[in-house]
Design a protein around this ligand. Structure first.
Ligand SMILES: Nc1ncnc2c1ncn2[C@@H]1O[C@H](COP(=O)(O)OP(=O)(O)OP(=O)(O)O)[C@@H](O)[C@H]1O
Length: 304
């Protein structure tokens, strides 16, 4: 069963803004990156999945449940970390997360135990009785993550979880998200405008642009080997490029790398022979892999 399925999902705000436009996608369990520039429609998509706002058109199912009909059932299975926070400064993290556990329907003792557990998972166990107002941005982000975990969900929806963090804080947050996904065996949707970040920790990506689906696929499929051979020699790059050009191979350069289209099996042999003839120190010879960033770069070029 797919985790999230949409069919022609559309959301307009007023008459002017189409935040989601005919979005059809099926998302499999795992750690999923929901990427797109600011304003692409990511938060709108998350809020529709939670049943917080209703779509203008189309269908959505989360765990096969329709959040527009049965939002409580979806929310019982889903934890949500919003982009912006409204954390009360004068209560402790333990009190706050316990309170949200209670709101989720947990009995008092269970809520307290689950809150301690969730705060331990996010690395705030020692600090849990301190008032949130005294916390750093990174700690506040962790409180938000802990509250999303308190009712033991099967899916987490995290909206820009690294917002406001410095590079070290971002790395720590991403590592934590990855650990939660793998150790708890739950699915996580990580919403971000930073492709490089989510690419590092996700199994699959859903890329949206202007409310439309750009691509949804496993990262491994997006970075599959291309039909280009990349060759790098420690010295003699110019000689190598000239010799391959003389063989009528359409050579291009990318920094220290010489790139040749892999037209047939013989291309490898040609390259190896040239390297050997010129007695060059071969550093690298492999099929270049696609980069996930090409997804957006190609689009920009096409639109230009
Ligand atoms: N309540 C609203 N009323 C009117 N327009 C809205 C509302 N919420 C979002 N929008 C608009 O819908 C579009 C998509 O917004 P959304 O917040 O879903 O994007 P996003 O990808 O999450 O971006 P960000 O990361 O900046 O929040 C934007 O043009 C935004 O200005």
């Amino acid at each position: 069963m797919s985790l999230i399925v949409t069919q022609g999902l559309t959301k307009t705000y007023g008459t002017q803004v189409t935040a989601l436009h005919d979005l059809t996608v099926a998302v499999e369990p795992g750690i999923i990156g929901l990427v797109g520039a600011n304003g692409a429609g990511k938060s709108t998509f998350i809020k529709i999945m939670l049943g917080l706002i209703a779509p203008t058109g189309g269908q959505v199912r989360v765990f096969d449940i329709d959040p527009t009909v049965d939002p409580d059932r979806v929310r019982a299975k889903v934890g949500y970390m919003p982009e912006h926070d409204a954390l009360p400064p004068d209560v402790s993290a333990a009190e706050f997360v316990t309170h949200l556990g209670r709101i989720s329907g947990l009995p008092r003792t269970a809520a307290r135990e689950r809150a301690s557990e969730a705060l331990r998972h996010v690395g705030l166990y020692e600090e849990r009785y301190r008032q949130i107002g005294g916390y750093s941005t990174g700690m506040k982000q962790r409180v938000k993550l802990a509250q999303s975990l308190v009712h033991d969900p099967d899916l987490l929806l995290l909206d820009e979880p690294t917002n406001g963090l410095d590079p070290a804080g971002r790395d720590a947050m991403l590592a934590l998200i990855q650990r939660i996904g793998s150790e708890f065996g739950i699915s996580v949707v990580v919403c971000s405008h930073l492709l490089g970040e989510v690419e590092r920790i996700c199994d699959s990506l859903v890329a949206i642009e202007g409310g439309r689906l750009l691509r949804a696929d496993r990262i491994s499929a997006m970075t599959e080997a291309s039909e280009v051979l990349a060759i790098e020699v420690s010295e003699g790059t110019d000689e190598l490029a000239a010799a391959l050009t003389a063989l009528e191979l359409p050579v291009t350069r990318d920094g220290r790398m010489v790139l040749v289209p892999l037209t047939n099996e013989a291309t490898y042999d040609h390259v190896l022979r040239v390297v050997a003839d010129l007695d060059l120190p071969l550093h690298r010879l492999d099929q270049r892999r696609h980069r996930v960033a090409e997804l957006f770069a190609t689009r920009e070029t096409a639109d230009a």
